[in-house]
Design a protein around this ligand. Structure first.
Ligand SMILES: *Cc1c(COP(=O)(O)O)cnc(C)c1O
Length: 216
């Protein structure tokens, strides 16, 4: 079942990258996906991420997709591949500090608020523009911002989801036009319920949990 799920997803995704969201899954379940050749996984909580990183093969590339508190950056900095949930200047300052300590450059995505839900995190478009200005001026040399991440509203309304994804794609294109030196490559949009719409709207990285692990 797992193998079929992954094969079907890879076909549907085309050139978009599959990041498997392993939150709440057992180590055995994650290992089974690994055994199907998957190497990029994402977690939304630091504690779970640390446990899994320790227990599972070391060639897994881990992404963080949940809100990150500044006091926890130091725990993941030694191994994290990409922090998809950068949502403040304060957090960037701390990532820069820890990355410098470890003498490495950390990849990150700016999480942008596109949904119509109070519960979701992220920068608004104005905050994103002003943050990018500081970034291109060299404020965080040990962070490589590779692109943007966003979550659409959890709704049945496909048109609303499409509008939200399109607004993020628009911002992504605009930043690349205004700052060609940035070379933003990654547009992370889409999860189990909305990845097809996300890809139509220009996503090139999807974060999928349920559709990988569920048996339906
Ligand atoms: C849980 C989660 C996902 C994956 O959700 P599924 O519906 O299981 O595919 C994607 N992105 C974020 C930020 C998440 O927290």
């Amino acid at each position: 079942m797992l193998a079929e799920n992954i094969t079907r997803l890879r076909q549907e995704l085309g050139h978009a990258q599959l990041v498997v969201v392993s939150k709440y899954r057992s180590l055995d379940e994650i290992q089974a996906v690994y055994n199907e050749g998957q190497r990029v996984f994402a977690e939304n909580r630091v504690q779970a991420l640390l446990e899994r990183w320790e227990a599972l093969p070391k060639d897994i590339q881990w992404h963080l997709i949940g809100h990150l508190q500044t006091n926890k950056v130091k725990y993941i900095l030694p191994f994290i591949q990409c922090i998809q949930s950068i949502d403040s200047v304060k957090l960037l300052d701390e990532i820069e500090k820890q990355a410098l300590k470890h003498n490495r450059v950390v990849e990150g995505l700016l999480q942008i608020y596109i949904a119509n839900e109070e519960t979701k995190f992220g920068l608004d478009f104005d905050e994103c523009h002003s943050l990018i200005k500081e970034y291109v001026n060299g404020r965080w040399p040990h962070v490589k911002i590779n692109g943007l991440m966003g979550m659409a509203t959890n709704t049945e309304n496909i048109e609303q989801i499409r509008t939200e994804f399109k607004s993020l794609k628009h911002l992504f294109d605009e930043l690349n036009e205004n700052y060609p030196q940035l070379q933003l490559k990654t547009l992370s949009m889409g999860m189990s319920s909305d990845y097809k719409i996300a890809i139509e709207c220009g996503s090139n990285l999807v974060r999928i949990g349920s559709k990988v692990f569920e048996s339906n």
